[in-house]
Design a protein around this ligand. Structure first.
Ligand SMILES: C[S@@+](CC[C@H](N)C(=O)[O-])C[C@H]1O[C@@H](n2cnc3c(N)ncnc32)[C@H](O)[C@@H]1O
Length: 184
């Protein structure tokens, strides 16, 4: 599976984490059909925490979020954002290596927002995501249309299907979105 294999630098954090973007890509609108209070959530490639805080609010005090990134600087931006909001205790920050997520926590909701195309081996990432997803859990995939062709996106969808996930929603005009569920 081909990919752009270019990791978005932490210097670009302000282009990711801002109110204008959250207006266009409103986390509550996008995620509320899938996130329930008490869920365990993985935010893989969390970047500066663009959606981490909102998901921590949505899962509530009984839930938890694990924010994962390969860049320490991105995790530090996420940490600062959560600390400012008094939500740090609800989120675990986890630095992974490029090849493995280095985690074995099962999750009810997994998000990869604009990150799969940056990974050298998307098939391996998708396999890990599918094994970390709890039965009945949801995987939300978002990719930027300008960096990811229809063919590339379809290959990721096919890999999810070959891991036994069911596509339950696909939409998007300037971004490509797909939601999968793991059967019970
Ligand atoms: C374009 S940013 C998106 C950040 C965030 N999800 C958002 O939508 O604002 C992609 C993020 O994925 C991270 N990333 C890239 N490759 C990764 C990998 N193999 N494992 C974990 N994170 C990775 C980058 O460090 C970067 O923070």
């Amino acid at each position: 599976m081909s990919n752009n294999n270019h990791v978005c630098s932490h210097d670009h954090a302000k282009w990711l984490d801002n109110d204008f973007r959250r207006m266009l890509q409103n986390p509550r609108k996008m995620f509320s059909p899938w996130i329930q209070p008490g869920m365990t959530i993985l935010d893989i490639g969390c970047g500066p925490g663009s959606f981490t805080l909102n998901m921590a609010e949505m899962t509530g005090p009984q839930g938890k979020v694990i924010a994962i990134d390969i860049q320490e600087q991105m995790l530090e931006l996420t940490r600062k954002k959560l600390e400012k909001a008094g939500m740090l205790e609800r989120v675990k920050l986890h630095r992974c290596s490029g090849n493995s997520l280095d985690i074995d926590t099962k999750a009810d909701f997994i998000l990869t927002f604009f990150m799969v195309h940056e990974v050298p081996d998307p098939n391996s990432l998708i396999d890990q995501i599918c094994s970390l997803l709890s039965k009945g859990g949801y995987y939300f995939l978002a990719e930027p249309i300008f960096h990811v062709s229809t063919e590339q996106f379809e290959k990721v969808l096919a890999r999810c299907r070959s891991n036994g996930l069911t596509l339950i929603r696909q939409y998007g005009l300037i971004s490509r979105y797909a939601v999968f569920q793991k059967s019970l």
